[in-house]
Design a protein around this ligand. Structure first.
Ligand code: ASN
Ligand code: ZN
Ligand code: CA
Length: 327
């Protein structure tokens, strides 16, 4: 019979961490029975199917180096577990569909693949190994795992369409909750920040910046009528900037410097309240066609429900949207 056996993962990005495993027929599997039975598979360079379930004779997966192909599998398993726990322990959400059923993860997708993605059709997450010759490490950091799994949550709640302004809101939701997962995990090798993918490049340059999204050279800091014509990973900047201002505020901090678009000053209300407002806005008020004006209305409704209309939290939501030119 299969029994639960908490294992150890020696990851690439997050050091030595616990991973949920199952002992079956004398072999340990990367199969997390405590979190819906989340399994991690090795695609071994393939691009379809599940490849092989990651198993080992001992209950230790990976050695922290890329010479051991179970190392990135441990990263993926850990990221999925922290994301599951974040949603469960913060919002009482029992998995991506809130039905207790796990997704699964696939690592070693294709060759030199510099991306990761969520798929609704397989109900799974997939990670490339990056491209060492271009300075990219495997795409299995905590914030990326949280980002991809959160695409599943968005898909099963608001269903934000992946183009135009709703597409930017979809992407921002993944950056926001990927970041909340990174803070939740409190991993000393990959501590919380408001950068996306800061672990991925050997030169340390992140994919995106929530404090001032335009630092990446392409993302929007402020809403304008043309924002919906940008790639969704750039129109997300407006909502990422909103969230940063709501959580941290506009002043310079150890996390960055976040100038507002209207010259105002915003005092942050912290990650816990900002995250709760965004989660309620996403799961109760947003729909597939919600745009930036609709996101302002949705998050104000959420803040009113949680903290009261006219509360400091409610007023900060209004001020943070105005500070990114969503009026
Ligand atoms: N990693 C990307 C994302 O999750 C993949 C994509 O472009 N959809 O946004
Ligand atoms: Zn995304
Ligand atoms: Ca990060």
């Amino acid at each position: 019979d299969a029994i639960q056996a908490d294992g150890t993962g020696n990851t690439f990005h997050s050091g030595s961490v616990p991973v949920g495993t199952t002992l079956s027929g004398g072999t340990y599997q990367l199969n997390d029975g405590a979190r819906g039975g989340h399994k991690t598979y090795d695609l071994n360079g393939g691009t379809s199917g599940t490849g092989t379930l990651v198993t080992n004779a001992s209950n230790v997966f990976g050695d922290g180096t890329l010479a051991n192909r179970q190392t990135t599998a441990a990263d993926a398993a850990y990221g999925a577990a922290e994301t599951w726990d974040y949603y469960k322990n913060t919002f009482g959400r029992n998995g991506i569909r809130n039905d207790g059923v796990a997704a699964y993860s696939r690592v070693h997708y294709s060759t030199n693949y510099v991306n990761a993605f969520w798929s609704d059709s397989c109900f799974c997450m997939t990670y490339g190994d990056g491209d060492p010759s271009q300075g990219w490490t495997p795409l299995t950091s905590l914030d990326v795992a949280g980002h991809e799994m959160s695409h599943g949550v968005t898909s099963n709640t608001a269903g934000l369409r992946y183009s135009g302004e709703s597409g930017g809101l979809n992407e921002a939701t993944s950056d926001i909750f990927g970041t909340m997962v990174e803070f939740y995990a409190a991993n000393s090798n990959d501590p919380g920040d408001y950068l996306i993918g800061e672990e991925l490049r050997t030169n340390g340059v992140p994919l995106r910046y929530m404090d001032k999204p335009s630092k990446d050279g392409s993302s929007a800091d402020c809403w304008s009528r043309r924002v919906g014509s940008l790639d969704v990973h750039y129109s997300s900047g407006v909502a990422n900037h909103f969230f940063y201002l709501l959580a941290v505020g506009s002043g310079a901090s150890s996390y960055g410097n976040s100038p507002t678009c209207n010259g105002s000053t915003v005092t942050g209300i912290g990650n816990a309240k900002a995250g709760a407002i965004w989660y309620r806005a996403l799961t109760v008020y947003m729909t597939s066609r919600t745009d930036y004006a609709g996101a302002r209305a949705a998050s104000l409704s959420a803040a009113a429900d949680l903290y009261g209309s006219g509360s400091t939290e409610y007023n900060t939501v209004a001020a943070a949207w105005s500070a990114v030119s969503v009026n």
